[in-house]
Ligand binder design. Structure first.
Ligand code: SF4
Ligand code: MG
Length: 321
């Protein structure tokens, strides 16, 4: 009853790329320095797993991960510990990931101790600075997680992630647990921090609405595979994969006069990730399913410049017509 943690990750060597991922069908994606890559899909699609595999919090079944041109899959745990300073994960539910018995100061101090900042005064100074950067006050340092609101707790979680001055942040649904009004505050904070600290983000979310304004590119995942990947604008304006179209139809549209296309609303349950359907994994829910979709897995390929799709609707003739 083992879930296939089947996320081979591979590398290609390009100087400005910070990490590169290969899904099971020979597709690799890279994250460019300073960009935000959104990864979207329903729960169980493998997006959180991808994030953890990238940081080697989970080991890849196969493949390779490159960070700034260096393969990290074979690094020892000691070498990896050093590198973790540069790659941090921010969690969906900061409450679950913040020790309730520790003060904010202790929570923020821990990564500094782990990474060898021995001077106590230096640690205190960095904690005060970081609290202010995320919009909290220094008197908050002596408080405990339960004394904060959800949005403030996420600020603490973000502060903790930034304590070691990482380059890459993998944010796993960082606003999903927050009220809508608080979500945009935290998204804006993340954007500001990106500029201030020259951060690269992989931003994981379960709906396309949240990542729209923060992502430069968006990858859509279904059952452990990428089905579409392109620049944000192209994805929202001209989605190609039927699954992406369904996801977009379920995002509330800003203009209520625009009709919702009911044909594209997603129906049916997502199949079990441990036993995905043969052929195109989406065929059990796809309204455009053809015979070949049930037997042959579509290859993830570039249909238009920088627009990658895995779907038989876009065969070669169409791509070149
Ligand atoms: Fe639908 Fe077939 Fe495309 Fe899969 S390959 S998304 S089943 S049309
Ligand atoms: Mg998840």
């Amino acid at each position: 009853n083992q879930l296939k943690k089947y996320f081979p990750i591979t590398g290609g060597i390009l100087a400005r790329k910070i990490g590169e991922v290969k899904a099971v069908d020979d597709v690799s994606f890279s994250v460019h320095h300073g960009e935000t890559l959104g990864l979207v899909g329903e729960s169980g699609c493998g997006k959180s797993t991808t994030g953890r595999v990238l940081l080697r919090l989970l080991e890849a079944t196969d493949g390779d991960i490159l960070f700034e041109g260096q393969s990290i899959t074979t690094l020892s745990s000691k070498q990896m510990k050093k590198l973790r300073k540069e790659m941090q994960l921010i969690f969906q539910d900061p409450y679950a990931s913040l020790n309730p018995r520790h003060t904010v100061e202790k929570i923020l101090e821990e990564p500094l101790i782990v990474h060898g900042i021995k001077d106590k005064q230096e640690r205190k100074k960095r904690i005060r600075e970081m609290l202010s950067v995320v919009g909290l006050d220094s008197y908050h340092a002596s408080r405990y997680p339960h004394q904060f609101s959800g949005g403030q707790r996420q600020r603490i979680g973000i502060a903790r992630g930034l304590m070691t001055h990482p380059k890459l942040i993998i944010a796993d649904e960082p606003v999903s647990a927050l009220d809508v009004s608080i979500q945009s505050q935290v998204l804006n904070l993340l954007k500001d921090l990106q500029h201030k600290f020259d951060l690269t983000y992989i931003f994981i979310a379960h709906d396309l609405g949240v990542v729209r304004h923060i992502s430069d590119r968006v990858g859509v995942m279904y059952l452990g595979r990428l089905v579409e990947l392109t620049a944000s604008d192209a994805l929202y304006d001209e989605p190609l994969h039927p699954y992406t179209k369904s996801l977009l139809s379920s995002v509330p549209i800003p203009d209520p006069n625009l009709p919702i296309n009911d044909d594209e609303l997603l129906t049916g349950e997502m199949p079990s990730p441990s036993n995905p359907p043969k052929g195109c994994a989406f065929h059990t829910r796809c309204k455009e399913c053809m015979d070949m979709c049930k037997t042959t897995r579509p290859v993830f390929k570039e249909i238009k410049p920088n627009h990658y799709v895995a779907c038989h609707l876009y065969n070669d003739e169409q791509a070149h017509s």
